[in-house]
Design a protein around this ligand. Structure first.
Ligand code: NDP
Length: 334
């Protein structure tokens, strides 16, 4: 492959009036940053962060034109570091991919070799992208609860943003591991879908906030996985059983929250942060081994809708309008 080799990519450009325009364009390998590892991308996936990057969120992406895509699964073209050999199947999640480094929504990426891991043998590239960062974050969240001693017999686990990427895979993994799950969603019309994933009960997300400004409430769930932040996170903590824990990975419902310390000091409830982006590569490899074994979901194809690169502009807009359900896997070469 030469520097003049062309490939297709989603490109987001900032217009002179401050708008952000998305289109599929032809790029050259020479447009990519100089790095050791060159990968032919076969599949990527869509995440909330890609939608933020595609709409010009400068906390995610500072430089435009830009190709989003925080996930990539593909085949090694060349690796100057000697870590991988040509033809090897690899996965890339997070670090700077898709933020200020051209991402997986392009058919070729150029990245440092220490951002990639070998694709586990029991997963195809497509299956790995059905999980993607959303699934990886779900798996890390469940693992964090387990490390705090959570077990199915403790009682139900609440999951917020239930119809989203992290939420839907969290429900499925928890259910597979034997937990009872209460799914909180703004889309109660998706109740059947959420129950098919493994939720035993579906409630509207607004019901979490009915507790209002009370410092602490009834103990309604043993543990929780939160993707929303804001008041939802505060009010989940206030209604968690003594000794339980709540993981926090997202801010789809707000970045700030206000509460008292009462759930922490009277019920020993724990607040656990989850990051899937900058954790060490060894931790990413370890969680992937679980995703490929005891957390592997049966009939994986059911958890993700396959779309083409050409469809990504439309689907990224749907993310910002909260009109997406589950995971979206992008067939970048389809
Ligand atoms: P999705 O867009 O797929 O899901 C988010 C869900 O949140 C929606 O489906 C909707 O679920 C709910 N939601 C959306 N907007 C609002 C709103 N304004 N108020 C309340 N609820 C809302 O996103 P992901 O699952 O990919 O990501 C979820 C969050 O986790 C994001 O904030 C993302 O940035 C973060 N994240 C963090 C990671 C980390 O490493 N820390 C990694 C991956 C994601 P419903 O309608 O069912 O309520």
């Amino acid at each position: 492959m030469s520097n003049d080799t062309t490939f297709k990519a989603l490109v987001v450009e900032e217009t002179s009036d401050g708008e952000f325009k998305k289109s599929i364009q032809e790029r050259k390998v020479s447009d990519l940053p100089e790095n050791d590892l060159l990968i032919e991308v076969h599949y990527s996936s869509l995440n909330f962060k890609d939608a933020m990057s595609a709409t010009g969120n400068k906390r995610i992406t500072k430089q435009y034109p830009h190709t989003p895509g925080i996930d990539a699964a593909g085949v090694v073209v060349s690796d100057k570091s000697g870590t991988f050999s040509a033809g090897q199947e690899v996965l890339v999640f997070g670090y700077d991919l898709g933020m200020d480094t051209a991402g997986g929504l392009g058919q070729i990426i150029s990245i440092p070799a220490d951002w990639a891991i070998e694709c586990p043998k029991s997963l195809t590239l497509k299956e790995a992208m059905i999980y993607g960062t959303g699934g990886l974050t779900a798996a890390l969240s469940v693992q964090k609860l387990e490390k705090m001693g959570a077990k199915p017999s403790d009682g139900p686990v609440a999951v917020t943003g239930a119809s989203g990427g992290v939420g839907s895979i969290s429900i499925a993994i928890l259910s597979q591991l034997g937990y009872e799950v209460i799914a909180f969603s703004g889309k109660t019309e998706q109740s059947d879908y959420l129950k098919d994933l493994g939720a035993s009960e579906v409630r509207h997300r607004d019901t979490i906030n009915e507790i209002g400004s009370k410092p602490i409430g009834r103990e309604l769930w043993a543990n929780a996985i939160d993707t929303l932040g804001g008041d939802y996170l505060a009010n989940l903590l206030k209604q968690t059983k003594a000794g339980g824990a709540v993981t926090s990975c997202g801010l789809a419902g707000g970045a700030e929250f206000s509460m008292t310390v009462m759930p922490f000091i009277t019920r020993a409830v724990s607040l656990l942060g989850v990051d899937s982006v900058y954790i060490p590569l060894a931790d990413k490899e370890a969680i992937w081994q679980r995703v490929a074994t005891d957390m592997k979901l049966p009939n994986l194809e059911n958890y993700g809708e396959e779309i083409t690169l050409e469809q990504t502009p439309e689907y990224l807009d749907r993310f910002m309008a909260s009109q997406t359900v589950g995971r979206y896997v992008v067939n970048v070469r389809g």
